[in-house]
Design a protein around this ligand. Structure first.
Ligand code: RM4
Ligand code: MN
Ligand code: MN
Length: 437
């Protein structure tokens, strides 16, 4: 993995960047290690867990995002999925936290699948869940002659449903060729007006369509159903919440699970509790991490409410610690970077997710259980706060240094000149129109 546009990202160059930072890192790491030892925590165990933690990057997030009003592209935008993988490889090279990429079809469809797989392998990347797209039309694509304007898997017309089902099956087959093991379905199907759609019939059509997809999956594949409260449907969405998602997953089968995108809930919803319920039901597929203030804002993970991210990880680490049956969530970022360099946002977000995980590993679970049993609300909450307020930066830095990544990924990225280098190769894209990626 040394085929980078900018030599500053090569292993030797990163080692040189890290060299002046190592002594301070070592000192901070040892001090934190002593503090944690006093709390009965072995810092090395935490660092090992962090080092083996990976979060997938979404291929669609390395291009500049936009709103339905406008998109303001930046120089050096990826032209195709090969470029997207190169950008994703930069993120992984600097953080050692994003070993896999999640593709979206047909956006990322290519004629030569073997070449794509080879390109990823040469960059040191693998593939995470693949995603289908029946939330917009694909003009000129022979697999999608019918419009999804009024829905896809739940459409009133059986021919549109069949087209959407076939697309999902094709996505899974393509994913299997690339070495992916999961298909994520998110549909925008729903209604903009009361009365527009028969709620019951639409939900039943959804289940029937998903059953057809499930029945045609490669044997080792799992199916993730992603709920979202609203948008593009603004009155009612067929899979609007975890309840609908769970009902559907239970109706479809054992390898059909519920995926939680943090941005897909109403602002005050207790997401960590949803996580606990899905773990209980053995139906937690995994996550699309992002942050939000109002709705599906797709802001950078941890940018608005890092404590909520920590509380989600507190549930996950708790489930792991008690070896909850069937617990093996998939982790992915799903964000839209409208005003930042997407590579910088994804670097930062991967680190924020890792940070929340590390903090959650510091929770004194025995003490917490004791306070819960005694109904000591204040001390129970302080137990969580103590873990959250511990500065785990030296652990994250050390995990990166040991992996040959950058101790300071953002500065290393800026020093690499990567954006300017790709801008010279990749022609500028026009801005203006709205839409994602
Ligand atoms: C949706 C949802 C899906 C993603 C699309 C691009 O809101 O989060 O996961 O595939 O956006
Ligand atoms: Mn998502
Ligand atoms: Mn979303």
């Amino acid at each position: 993995m040394d085929k980078f546009v900018t030599p500053q990202l090569d292993q030797a160059a990163l080692a040189a960047q890290n060299a002046p930072l190592l002594a301070a890192l070592q000192e901070d790491y040892e001090a934190l290690g002593r503090g944690l030892a006093r709390r009965g925590i072995d810092i090395e165990a935490v660092t090992r867990a962090v080092a083996s933690f990976g979060v997938a990057t979404p291929s669609w997030a390395v291009g500049t995002g936009g709103t339905r009003f406008a998109r303001f592209p930046m120089p050096g935008e990826p032209r195709n999925v090969f470029d997207k993988l190169e950008d994703c490889a930069v993120i992984h090279r600097l953080t050692a936290a994003t070993p896999t990429v999640s593709l979206h079809f047909p956006w990322d469809e290519v004629s030569d699948v073997a070449a794509l797989k080879e390109h990823a392998a040469a960059l040191g990347l693998g593939f995470d869940a693949v995603n289908s797209n029946t939330f917009q039309d694909h003009p000129g694509n022979p697999a999608h002659p019918l419009s999804y304007k009024f829905g896809s898997l739940t459409h009133a017309d059986a021919a549109v449903r069949a087209q959407a089902v076939a697309h999902n099956i094709a996505c899974a087959a393509l994913g299997a060729k690339l070495g992916a093991r999961a298909l994520t379905i998110w549909v925008g199907d729903g209604a903009n007006f009361p009365g527009q759609q028969d709620f019951t019939a639409a939900f039943e059509r959804y289940i029937e369509s998903v059953q057809a997809v499930y029945g045609a999956l490669p044997a080792d594949f799992v199916l993730f159903l992603e709920h979202k409260m609203y948008e593009p449907a603004f009155y009612a969405t067929v899979i609007q919440d975890w309840g609908s998602s769970l009902l559907a997953a239970q109706a479809v089968g054992e390898r059909c699970l519920c995926l939680v995108d943090l941005g897909h809930h109403a602002p005050n919803v207790n997401i960590e509790m949803i996580v606990a319920r899905l773990v209980h039901a053995r139906k937690l597929a995994g996550f699309h991490f992002n942050d939000s203030k109002y709705g599906d804002d797709d802001l950078d993970a941890g940018a608005i409410d890092p404590y909520r991210l920590f509380l989600v990880f507190n549930e996950l680490v708790g489930a792991q610690a008690r070896q909850a049956p069937g617990f093996a969530p998939a982790y992915m970022l799903d964000q839209s970077h409208n005003v930042t360099d997407p590579i910088e946002s994804l670097i930062t977000s991967a680190i924020e997710v890792q940070r929340a995980f590390a903090q959650a590993l510091l929770v004194d679970r025995a003490a917490l259980a004791g306070f819960q049993a005694q109904n000591d609300a204040l001390m129970a909450s302080q137990t969580l706060k103590r873990a959250f307020l511990t500065d785990v930066q030296p652990i994250l830095g050390m995990a990166r240094a040991r992996a040959g990544a950058a101790i300071e990924p953002l500065s290393a990225y800026r020093a690499s000149g990567y954006r300017a280098a790709v801008a010279r190769i990749r022609p500028a894209k026009a801005g203006g129109g709205g839409g994602i990626v």
